[in-house]
Design a protein around this ligand. Sequence first.
Ligand SMILES: NC(=O)c1ccc[n+]([C@@H]2O[C@H](COP(=O)([O-])OP(=O)(O)OC[C@H]3O[C@@H](n4cnc5c(N)ncnc54)[C@H](OP(=O)(O)O)[C@@H]3O)[C@@H](O)[C@H]2O)c1
Length: 407
Amino acid sequence: MIQMAVLGFGTVGSGVVELIDQNQDVIKRTIPEGIFVKHILDLREFPDSPYCDRVTHDYQDILEDEEITVICETMGGKNPAYAFTKAALERGISVCTSNKELVAAHGPELLSIAAKNNCSYLFEASVGGGIPLIRPINACLKQEKITAVYGILNGTTNYIITRMEKAGLSFEASLKEAQEKGYAERNPAADVEGHDACRKIAILSSLICGKTVRYEDIPCEGITGITTTDFSYARAMNMAIKLLGVCRVAEDGSISVRTAPFLVRENHPLHSVQDVFNGVFVHGNMVDDLMFYGRGAGKFPTASAVVSDVIECAKNIGRTVEFVWDNEIVPLSDPMNESYRYFVRVSSAEAAKAGEIFGRLSEIRFEGMPEDEFAFVTPKMTEGEIRKTLNCFVSASKEQRIRLLED
Ligand SMILES: NC(=O)c1ccc[n+]([C@@H]2O[C@H](COP(=O)([O-])OP(=O)(O)OC[C@H]3O[C@@H](n4cnc5c(N)ncnc54)[C@H](OP(=O)(O)O)[C@@H]3O)[C@@H](O)[C@H]2O)c1
């Protein structure tokens, strides 16, 4: 039997333990000897849990148990998760994680420690929760030149956006609802300011280029500046606003990565990804368009991805499941040179000026729209140009624009 341990008996960790019990018969089709969770590390006691006798508060109990071959790190955060993961890998114990913060910050280093010690560091659950995504990219798409990844990577913000769009709620009201339903944390900054999605697109971008895309280098905008009126304009254009992590690889190999709200056309597969669901659109030069869709979070969907990694480790005891992810840092293209069309709102008093600057514009209108507004989509221009141009308008700041997602 494969003996394993779980670090952090919270939402995901408890899901891992329960899933392994409930689906042991299915797991045995691949791992005939079965998988057993021998230790659970947490800060608290769980007297009412059927697994209470396996709980320990001392990591050494796990590290020094020679029967343990796989650990699931579902504590989250960088510390002590980093030290615990490193110590396990150095002893040849494979680690499976849902912790995107740690993967984005130390992925290549931990992968290389795993490779030196004939074990594996796997992180299927770190992006897209339950959606099989990392393994398809690492295993099934190795022959592809991937030229684009566009992802709705954060279920909390997608829920907030959906409620603003469908129920006409304000950002504040949608956030409150998301918190009441347990989708958003009490401190929602990492989600609504785009940092969580940014870490995830950093991981995906690193995997498709085999080097390190640092999330600190990625321009990141969240959804706090989007209003219900923006959604009405979007509907008038048959588009939806989505918070996307976007990675594009140009023909010359240069890479641009960004996290920001985008307007997505109606016939794009990402348009219909709603509520807490995630969707990731990938374009490869041979396979063409792919779409991955599913629950990006939640106890069992996320645990399912973690356990798929446990099975992969159990199949490869004494070997390393390899990733091409070097610690060489990828210089990203200058974000100011990226070109988009932009949706812009100015006051009607400045409509004539908009026409002079941008040329002939079609006004976007909807019933009940603000009377004193003129809304339009600009021709394609660079970030540098739009910022400079919007400074000419008294009624629009350089932040007041939404990019259009175009293939
Ligand atoms: N929840 C999801 O749907 C989801 C989806 C995808 C990825 N993730 C990622 O998965 C990770 C875990 O998320 P979660 O939602 O399961 O978090 P959680 O419910 O807060 O669980 C974390 C558990 O780890 C325990 N813990 C924290 N520090 C510890 C330490 N030093 N030693 C032992 N135990 C410790 C916590 O104990 P205390 O409660 O006492 O602090 C808690 O029981 C995070 O990286 C998260 O981003 C979560």
